[in-house]
Design a protein around this ligand. Structure first.
Ligand SMILES: Cc1ncc(COP(=O)(O)O)c(C=O)c1O
Length: 383
């Protein structure tokens, strides 16, 4: 089956009892067993350890990413946390992309370091920096590409090759492009992480996470943590995500086309000093973006003449764009990473990786692009 067919049908069978076309929400704690000897004869025991609605989504996501298995989680952060817990022990070292979602940086620096795990936040866009950062005790490489919010890219195949050479698993956060545009398993990655909150759900309805593993063996380590720590996705969230996911290709193509038009508009606006979008030839890694993905995504950022004050004025003047955290859904959102998503990253670290005070992040949605541009235009006039 091709991708657009799988996004609708993979993992979903008509309900065996009623024929319902949608997998029902199995809202239950436990599953009644036939007898002690026939324990688990229907495959389920207790909803923390497995639930048919959640399982349907996990099967679908594993098929979409081309991995062996998937484990879903209560949030994207719970998914990242599960990968760190599954592969790192006290005394181990991990390499993490120097620009990543602020919550990932916070989890590593404020929680995992308390338990004796060491981190190097490396420039994973530079193979040499990845190689130089490897130590004898490196047990995980975690990259995010395109990175939130700078849209810096990591060459997935190159880093996977380095990781494979040293026998270190390479996990990649594929939230920004999804398997529709970017296929980390085919490029050599071992684990693929999603905040399903974003494009996979796509409707600002749920928070959730997923980890897709290249092999059943890696997947077992992740699902052990899923069950042991209990950070599972609920059947209701899994059901909503199953419905949202069916239109992933259509939403992403529409949002990506809107993002390209908006990036081009911003590039020609006299008040805009800098625009960043991987689809623009001016993006420093445009060639890599075109080579390793089939779409450029729907995240754009820009800086205006007048710095922070002018940027804030624009964000406050927008009427159709909504000032909010989150990204990836059909509603267009504007975010100020320094005060919102990356507030917990120290100022010096933010400056080092290019998260400037005036950076305005756009998550481009599915509205009519002319309405989105008109609104940006009137807000820019006010700045
Ligand atoms: C790239 C990326 N990964 C992970 C997360 C965390 O996901 P969640 O908010 O679902 O916990 C986010 C959230 O913005 C993100 O942007």
């Amino acid at each position: 089956m091709r991708f657009a067919t799988k996004q609708i049908h993979a993992g979903v069978e008509p309900d065996p009892t009623t024929g319902a076309i949608l997998t029902p929400i199995y809202q239950t704690t436990t599953f009644v067993q036939e007898s002690v000897d026939n324990y688990l004869s229907k495959g389920y025991s207790y909803s923390r350890s497995g639930n048919p609605t959640v399982q349907a989504l996990e099967t679908k996501l594993a098929e979409l990413e081309g991995g062996a298995v998937c484990a879903t989680f209560s949030t994207g952060m719970a998914a990242i946390h599960a990968v760190l817990l599954a592969f790192l022990n006290a005394g181990d070292h991990a390499i993490v992309s120097d620009v990543a979602y602020g919550g990932t940086y916070r989890l590593c620096t404020k929680i995992f370091t308390r338990f004796g795990v060491e981190f190097t936040f490396a420039d994973t866009s530079d193979d040499d920096d990845v190689r130089k950062s490897i130590r004898d005790n490196t047990r995980l490489i975690l990259t995010e590409t395109p990175a939130n919010p700078t849209l810096k890219l990591t060459d997935i195949a190159a880093v996977s090759e380095i990781a494979k050479d040293k026998g270190i698993p390479h996990a990649i956060d594929n939230t920004f492009l999804t398997p529709y545009y970017q296929r980390p398993v085919e490029l050599g990655a071992d684990l693929v992480i999603h905040s399903t909150t974003k494009y996979i759900d796509g409707h600002n309805a749920t928070v959730g996470g997923a980890v897709i593993s290249r092999s059943a063996e890696l997947g077992e380590k992740v699902s052990f943590v899923q069950n042991a720590s209990g950070t599972i996705m609920s059947p209701h969230v899994a059901w909503l995500t199953l419905q949202g996911c069916k239109t992933l290709t259509v939403r992403m193509d529409a949002q990506c086309a809107n993002a390209m038009a908006i990036a081009k508009f911003l590039e020609t606006h006299p008040k805009v000093e800098k625009v960043c979008y991987p689809g623009l030839p001016s993006h420093p890694q445009h060639e890599l973006a075109s080579r390793q993905a089939t779409g450029y995504g729907a995240m754009v950022w820009f800086e205006v003449d007048g710095g922070v004050a002018a940027g804030k004025k624009i964000m406050d003047s927008l009427e159709l764009w909504t000032l909010a955290e989150n990204l990836g859904a059909v509603e267009s959102l504007v975010t100020h990473p320094v005060t919102m998503t990356h507030a917990d990253v120290e100022e010096a670290e933010r400056k080092r990786v290019g998260i400037t005070d005036g950076l305005v992040r756009l998550s481009v949605g599915m509205e009519d692009v002319d309405d989105l541009i008109d609104d940006l235009n009137q807000a820019l006039d006010k700045a």
